[in-house]
Design a protein around this ligand. Sequence first.
Ligand SMILES: Nc1ncnc2c1ncn2[C@@H]1O[C@H](COP(=O)(O)OP(=O)(O)O)[C@@H](O)[C@H]1O
Ligand SMILES: [Mg+2]
Length: 242
Amino acid sequence: MNQEKEIVVKLDDVCKDYPLGKTTVQALQGISFEIMKGDFISIAGSSGSGKTTALNLIGCVDVATSGIVTVLGQRTDKLDDEALTNLRHKSVGFIFQTFNLIPVLNIRENIQLPQLLDSSGNSMSKKEQEEWVDHLIESVGLADRATHKPNELSGGQRQRVAIARALVMRPPIVLADEPTANLDSATGESILALMKRMNRAFGTTFIFSTHDPDIVSIADHVIRLKDGRITENRRVEEKAEL
Ligand SMILES: Nc1ncnc2c1ncn2[C@@H]1O[C@H](COP(=O)(O)OP(=O)(O)O)[C@@H](O)[C@H]1O
Ligand SMILES: [Mg+2]
């Protein structure tokens, strides 16, 4: 059965230039792609190919120099700073290469932090928020570490915390910029497998970047960049479940 899937992200002939001294770096040179809801997408390419730039545009952290970026049906070039920030807050969770946890907070507090910082009037009650955090901690396999501090955890465990934190506001999209780059390959694979389980369990669209050719095979959709251009855009329609 080929169900009609919703497009959650669309890039249309997008360019991104960075001024660098008297010259300009053309980080993205006219890229176009569509991302379907619920997919597990890899943005692949070697260092400097434009992966982080592309993720920053999708995540409304930066705006394109030209072309159109549409996130959840909203053209980001039509939004002012405040509207962009709102779109980012309600739509996107982030996972970073370097985990970016707060050292003085324990694991549970790190995961809860986006809830505490949220001023948009979350529809979840306090109790529901607590239960959701418990469920996430359980899902990422850290129930016995909830009161530990980040520096008491391994790299792989820290990235599990970051995955739970990225999901705490139930965003429709999670962006992960080289989430396995600081992990050994076995741990990296287990982190990607965990992300994929979360993707399947919650229907969250995950977009991860990687320069490792071995780990793109887990993706439903591979977008490969080289020097700011797309060299491959392949979506696996019917993928055998792992
Ligand atoms: N803030 C910036 N100022 C100038 N050049 C940048 C900036 N950010 C990225 N670049 C350049 O843009 C290109 C793409 O970078 P990036 O998106 O970070 O690639 P990747 O994440 O694939 O390594 C590279 O040539 C990089 O040096
Ligand atoms: Mg990068």
